[in-house]
Design a protein around this ligand. Structure first.
Ligand code: DGY
Length: 318
């Protein structure tokens, strides 16, 4: 059987596949496998080990009659036509849980960096522009004791709430369904989307990317936020109207933003958002801790073996 792997992985991850199957692996860690090559190699493939930069859609399924498993090294699977896969009996695996803490850590890092202007402050030193300590120099917003509003109370949302407890924050959340257990254990209060926007000092977007969440943060939503509020997005860039966010930041309708994800990735360095001093931007590194990425890679690899052996996947999307 043939497995196509769209990024370069270490031998410790790939050898268990090589022992059993023919493996075709794209040799670059930092470049997307060209679409035409992916399509060519998929034609007689039994399984694909992909990631969030690969578009796995009907065009690919149509020309890959042997395909049995698509395993993505990510918790999000908005790049995969899951319904199309299920229709064809193709199993789709993803990698939840193992990245929850790393992503919650990065979310909190962005809360602190954006609220307390850490990147701006570090740049001042690098440019040799620090003249002296001054009473109101580089003052930001406090984090402790403030109100955090979490949009999307899944695993990562709950892990962010846990961290917020350590900062004595008041926790609000909005989710498709109530999370009674989180309400009890994390002292999180369920509020409407509008109420969350109006009351939060830190608005944290963690909703998955779906047709319903597309541009869910737009002009109207930013206008509802406090002028002193900080917006954090560690979910998907497509959830935000970036023009509206730019306007809100530029006109000080909101205080700052911490962004790990963008509508177009990689975002171009001349994107207007990156010209604003009150934007802290990261290149989609939410889960980028070495131990976490190894666990994600192992899980994605194991899903291939499970699927090709006709077993259930540990984390199957259905
Ligand atoms: C995911 O897993 O969906 C993240 O965006 C990348 O780790």
């Amino acid at each position: 059987m043939k497995v196509v792997v769209t990024r370069k992985f270490p031998d410790s991850i790939i050898n268990p596949l090589r022992d059993k199957y023919e493996v075709v692996m794209w040799e670059y860690e930092d470049k997307v496998m060209p679409r035409d090559l992916l399509l060519k190699e998929s034609k007689d493939a039994d399984a694909l080990l992909v990631n969030l930069t690969d578009d796995i859609n009907n065009e690919l399924y149509e020309q890959s009659p042997k395909l049995k498993v698509v395993s993505t090294m990510a918790v999000g699977y908005d790049n995969i036509d899951v319904a199309g896969a299920i229709e064809r009996g193709i199993k789709v695996g993803h990698t939840p849980n193992v990245l929850t803490d790393a992503t919650a850590d990065l979310t909190f890092a962005l809360i602190l960096a954006s609220g307390r202007r850490l990147i701006e402050a570090a740049d001042v030193i690098r440019r040799d522009e620090w003249k002296s300590w001054a009473p109101f120099y580089l003052t930001g917003q406090e984090v402790s004791h403030k109100t955090i509003g979490i949009i999307g109370m899944g695993r990562i949302g709950e892990a962010v709430a846990k961290r917020a407890q350590g900062f004595s924050m008041k926790i609000l959340y909005h989710n498709r369904s109530r999370k009674r257990e989180a309400e009890e254990t994390l002292h999180a209060s369920y509020v409407t989307f509008d109420e969350l926007l109006e009351r939060s000092d830190y608005v944290v977007l963690l909703a998955p990317s779906t047709p319903e969440t597309k541009k869910m943060m737009g002009h109207e939503q930013f206008a509802k936020m406090k002028k002193s509020a900080v917006f954090i997005n560690t979910s998907r860039g497509t959830n935000v109207d970036e023009e509206a966010l730019y306007e809100a930041l530029k006109t000080n309708e909101i205080y700052a933003a911490g962004l790990d994800v963008f509508d177009q990735e990689p975002i171009s360095a001349d994107h207007p958002l990156l010209k604003l001093p009150n934007v802290t931007a990261m290149p989609h590194i939410g889960s980028a801790a070495l131990e976490t990425r190894m666990k994600m890679a192992q899980m994605a690899r194991d899903h291939i073996i499970q699927g090709l052996e006709g077993r259930d996947l540990t984390h199957e999307v259905n």
